[in-house]
Ligand binder design. Structure first.
Ligand code: DDH
Length: 288
């Protein structure tokens, strides 16, 4: 085998499953964080590692893990993601053969699957890059903006309207933190389960501006405990976006299917996979 002749460790699917299981176990053990899970913040780490991609220059994307370095780690959009990187530090120490770039994406996939989301095919092959590959600030979306901004930011990555709406369903998960983004609160009542509730709530709740000193955000009129960002609300005020919100609100299976496809595309933006070895996507088994 390659490893026998070169002395280089060539991981198999079994090895990646071991890493997956380690992350899943830590997710279960460390349940005293936020709403009881590091899952949402792991998904956000994988998304922010990937969402810097620029299709024109081929720069950014998950291949590089340049958020490890201060210039990119300190971008306002990445505030708080150190919690996710620290969570994964012992996993990296246990499996040093894995690149940070592959580990962050595997962790995002593990979190989605462990939070009852769809199966996400995984392909390793990302290489870590050095500080010079850090992307400029401003590539990730600004929550205070609207439909034009969404199309500009996600268009730069190569996504269309349907894909923008499908990706945004990730806000079923997690919450905003005043000490990170400045915004406050969760989008749904089940922030550790991958549901289509983000779309249902967008359509079925009455939303009003929250009266507070923080950045402009919406709160639900009924309980005042849920939130929407201005960018979230653009998905219902824009007719082309809203068509897809309607579809995903009605059909959770369709959301899961389209979310799996689009997050796979996101996680692989700009990744030059090895044609000869790890080209076939693998399915890693959930623990439950
Ligand atoms: Fe998001 N997101 N996101 N988001 N996001 C925040 C939290 C989480 C925007 C802004 C914010 C996606 C798209 C957008 C997750 C996943 C994804 C927060 C709060 C802000 C602000 C951060 C904090 O205070 O801790 C904006 C704007 C957009 C957009 O323009 C579309 C996408 C595409 C994803 C994805 O995963 C595919 C997750 C998960 C969280 C919850 C994190 C946590 O710690 O909890």
């Amino acid at each position: 085998s390659a490893s026998e002749t070169t002395g280089v460790f060539v991981p198999t699917q079994e090895d990646y499953q071991k890493v997956y299981n380690e992350i899943a176990t830590l997710l279960q053990e460390k349940d005293d964080y936020d709403d009881g899970s590091y899952g949402p913040v792991l998904v956000r780490l994988a998304w922010h590692a990937s969402g810097t991609y620029d299709k024109e220059t081929g720069t950014g994307g998950s291949n590089g893990a340049t958020m490890r370095f201060a210039p990119e780690g300190d971008h306002g959009a990445n505030a708080g993601l150190v919690a996710a990187r620290d969570f994964l530090a012992p996993v990296k120490a246990k499996f040093p053969w894995m690149t940070y770039s592959d580990l962050w994406i595997l962790a995002g996939i593990c979190a989605i699957q462990e939070m009852q989301g769809p199966t996400i095919p995984y392909r390793p092959g990302r290489m870590d890059k050095d500080i010079a590959a850090c992307t400029p600030d401003g590539r990730l979306p600004d929550a205070s903006q609207g439909n034009k901004h969404l199309r500009a930011i996600f268009g730069r990555m190569g996504f269309n309207d349907q894909e923008i709406v499908a990706l945004s369903g990730a806000h079923a998960l997690g919450r905003c933190h005043t000490d990170r983004s400045g915004f406050d609160g969760p989008w749904t009542f089940s922030p550790t389960v991958v549901t289509n509730d983000f779309y249902k709530l967008l359509l079925n709740e009455k939303w009003q501006w929250k009266k507070w000193n923080g950045p402009k955000q919406y709160e639900d009129k009924t309980t005042k405990t849920l939130m929407m960002l201005p960018t979230d609300m653009a998905l219902v005020s824009d007719k082309a976006f809203k068509q897809w919100v309607d579809k995903y609100a009605k059909d959770e299976a369709l959301f899961h299917k389209d979310f799996a496809a689009v997050i796979t595309k996101l996680f692989e933006l700009g990744v030059p996979f090895d044609e000869t070895t790890q080209q076939t996507p693998m399915t890693l088994k959930p623990t439950a």
